[in-house]
Design a protein around this ligand. Structure first.
Ligand SMILES: *[C@@H]1O[C@H](CO)[C@@H](O)[C@H](O)[C@H]1NC(C)=O
Ligand SMILES: *[C@@H]1O[C@H](CO)[C@@H](O)[C@H](O)[C@H]1NC(C)=O
Length: 471
């Protein structure tokens, strides 16, 4: 059955994806020179499928037979990604979506690096990540945010808050506030965008939610560029979100903010809400797209396969049975602290299980705060918005966007009962987005993730220990 085959392909891919998601932040230039003889690196451009596959397969087999160092393998992969000639842009949103799925299905061997290379070959040019990471760029975590909060939020806003380990200057500098941001003066809700594993917020959202929110009548977006692209300890990444909530709320006249997250950004946020209780009063809505509140089941299998690469801290923590996940979910952490809207897809190639009530993305409501869990295949069965929605596809998904708007313009979580599902489910992407936005969403997130994982230096097999405040 085509669907099963597709799903298995995703599942296998996920194993590698988890591996790949694990590496962040050394600069490309710091990597040692590759061992050219062993790996027959591309000396010229790669313009066709068979050359790409043979280059990638050669590197993978050198890794699996242990004949190459992690540094050389990373450098070889990066040179292949660089050598791939970008294809032409797809002509329609439907073609962009099927192109991304085809790139995933053809990724050989099935890992995030092959997927990124296939995406580039088939048609996306979003590989200028180093520019965006520079100070001033949309991925910068060295921003100069001069406004001071109106009340004390650091070292603690409330005595019940956990202690921060990151200096305030670093927490504040990670916030990218666009020059168009109005600090609540336009009556729009400030929206903090929080990215997932291995990609900065700027690159994650620039082709989808940033422009959609910025041109909306109800929202004013900004984002958190977590240093190390969220590949380090999730407990540390969560500090950036907790601080962001209290800081943005304070400098916007103490008004409530919304937090919209992708993937691991949802874990960072839930952890922040749990251990920094002062943040709960400052949040009107938490909208989690493709969240993994229960981690991902395939991570355990993935780690031994990583071989030379090992896992990064946040990947180890996102295993289904990790200490981190158990701690997060314990003592009511599997239930909402603020009105929470989740949107997730069963065809997610990164997070599994992601289906119905046992989905990793499903959040409970034991405190009756107000929750809506939205499984796209249930809500838009057989229709474009509920068919093949990949991990990155949720970022431009029409149902996800409709729920964001609904949540942010009503009290409590987003509700599909207020939407015209028959209309929304037929939309291939949120209104206003183009085919280029769609393919650039996949290209930008996957190519950046591949590069960040390859460049991440500190890899290992051990999960970081839990902070004292969480024990
Ligand atoms: C890698 O691609 C290059 C094209 O630049 C090609 O010349 C080379 O033979 C390929 N290497 C392998 C091992 O396939
Ligand atoms: C390991 O794989 C590489 C790349 O395919 C190959 O060149 C090399 O001969 C292999 N080494 C062994 C010991 O199998």
């Amino acid at each position: 059955m085509a669907y099963s085959h597709f799903f298995i392909t995703f599942f296998i891919f996920f194993l590698f994806e988890t591996l790949v998601r694990a590496s962040p932040i050394a600069r490309r230039e710091e990597l040692p020179a590759p061992v050219v003889q062993v790996l027959s690196l591309p000396s010229s451009s790669i313009e066709d499928e068979s050359l790409l596959t043979s280059n990638l397969t050669t590197i993978a087999s050198a890794i699996s037979n242990n004949s190459v160092s992690a540094e050389d393998a990373s450098a070889a992969y990066i040179s292949v990604l660089d050598a791939v000639v970008a294809g032409t842009d797809p002509s329609s949103i439907e073609k962009a979506i099927s192109l991304a799925a085809a790139a995933l299905a053809q990724a050989t061997p099935p890992n995030i690096i092959s997927y990124a290379a296939e995406l580039k070959l088939k048609g996306t040019t979003s590989d200028t990540e180093l520019q965006k990471r520079r100070p001033g760029g949309i991925d910068s975590y060295l921003n100069n945010n001069k406004k001071n909060p109106s009340a004390t939020i650091y070292p603690k806003k409330s005595s019940t808050d956990a202690p921060y380990s990151v200096p305030e200057a670093s927490l504040r500098a990670a916030l990218y506030i666009p020059s168009s941001f109005k600090y609540g003066a336009n009556g729009k809700v400030p929206v903090i965008l929080v990215p997932g594993t291995a990609v900065s917020a700027g690159s994650s959202f620039e082709n989808n939610l940033s422009p959609l929110l910025a041109s909306s009548s109800f929202a004013d977006p900004l984002w958190v560029n977590i240093p190390g692209t969220s590949l380090g300890d999730v407990q540390i990444s969560a500090e950036y979100v907790a601080y962001a909530i209290n800081y943005i709320s304070s400098i916007c006249g103490s008004r409530k903010v919304a937090v919209v997250t992708w993937s691991q950004g949802s874990l960072n946020t839930q952890w922040g809400l749990k251990y920094w209780p002062s943040t709960r009063d400052a949040v009107s809505d938490f909208v989690a797209l493709s969240p993994d509140f229960h981690g991902s089941m395939t991570a355990d299998i993935l780690c031994p396969l990583l071989g030379l690469f090992g896992c990064t801290p946040s990947v180890m923590q996102q295993r289904y049975n990790s200490k981190f996940i158990a701690t997060l979910r314990g003592k009511g952490g599997d239930s909402a602290f603020v009105p929470t809207t989740t949107v997730y897809s069963g065809t997610d190639e990164v997070v599994q299980p992601q289906r119905g009530k046992t989905a990793s993305g499903y959040i409970q409501d034991s405190r009756s705060i107000g929750v809506s869990n939205n499984y796209v295949q249930d809500l838009c069965p057989g229709q474009v918005a509920g068919k093949t929605v990949l991990h990155g596809g949720i970022l431009y998904n029409a149902l996800a966007w409709a729920l964001i708007e609904d949540a942010l313009t009503h009290d409590g979580p987003g509700k599909t009962s207020r939407l015209s599902l028959s209309k929304v489910c037929k939309q291939a992407a949120a209104p206003g987005l183009t085919a280029v936005d769609v393919i650039a969403t996949h290209g930008s997130t996957n190519i950046n993730a591949a590069l960040n994982i390859l460049m991440y230096v500190i890899k290992g097999k051990k999960e970081p220990s839990m902070k004292a405040y969480a024990i």
